[in-house]
Design a protein around this ligand. Structure first.
Ligand code: 5GP
Length: 221
């Protein structure tokens, strides 16, 4: 656990928080996550996917790009905390690194679709239940999403339609999340997300007290 604060007699320790962020394609989530990662006071969980890398995406930085067979092997070996098929590809969060970081008191950010978030919410592991703080980024209207996806130009016309249909379905899920951020400018989104992070980090239930071990001779006599 992270050593947050100490006074003369005790240490306060805090458990790690699992920040889950979901938003339909084009809501600005990737840019938000990239901006948040500039000030890394959390670990970003790199997902596995079977989709092909986009220009500029790096192996191990944006995703672990796997073949379908390699992905299915990891499913069979129970390596995923959650996985889902999104826009005709597999995406999944590796279990071990997330649990290890949370147990060490390190906050983790995962960027997953609404199915993945539902799987994590249903997870009965007390570590996950205690850690979870889920945030939905509500995009502007679908027409604006279409414009953004078309401007990005990384998907075919058919894929854009699929992403828009999925976006309409995902936008129905906002109530399932503890927090909803109505997407505004990038600066506003960062500020709102940072506010959520700060509030979550000060929740009393996340702290425990451990006695300070005396190091200097004679102290306490
Ligand atoms: P993209 O292909 O645009 O990078 O991501 C497409 C969608 O997959 C996004 O909604 C993103 O949040 C979601 N996604 C990325 N990684 C994961 C993951 O590990 N699990 C799940 N369930 N969804 C993911």
């Amino acid at each position: 656990m992270e050593d947050i604060h100490s006074n003369s007699r005790v240490h306060f320790q805090r458990t790690g928080i699992l920040f889950v962020i979901s938003a339909p394609s084009g809501a600005g989530k990737t840019t938000l996550c990239t901006a948040l990662r500039q000030k890394p006071d959390f670990v970003y969980s790199v997902s596995c996917t079977t989709r092909l890398p986009r220009p500029g995406e790096d192996e191990g930085e944006d995703y672990y790009f796997l073949t379908q067979e390699a992905f299915e092997k990891k499913i069979a070996e129970d390596d995923f905390l959650e996985y889902a098929q999104v826009h005709d590809h597999y995406y999944g969060t590796l279990k071990k690194p997330v649990i290890d970081q949370l147990q060490r008191g390190i906050d983790v950010l995962i960027d997953i679709d609404t199915h993945g978030a539902a799987t994590i919410r249903a997870n009965q592991d007390p570590i996950i239940q205690h850690a979870l703080a889920d945030v939905f980024i509500m995009p502007p209207d679908l027409e604006e999403l279409r414009r953004r996806l078309e401007r990005r130009g990384t998907e075919s016309a058919q894929e854009v339609e699929l992403r828009l249909a999925n976006a309409a379905r995902e936008m129905e899920c906002w109530r399932d999340y503890r927090y909803t951020i109505i997407s505004g400018s990038m600066e506003e989104n960062i500020e709102k997300f940072r506010a959520v992070m700060r509030a979550e980090r000060y929740q009393s239930r996340r702290f425990s007290i451990v006695p300070k071990v005396s190091t200097s001779q004679g102290e306490g006599n």
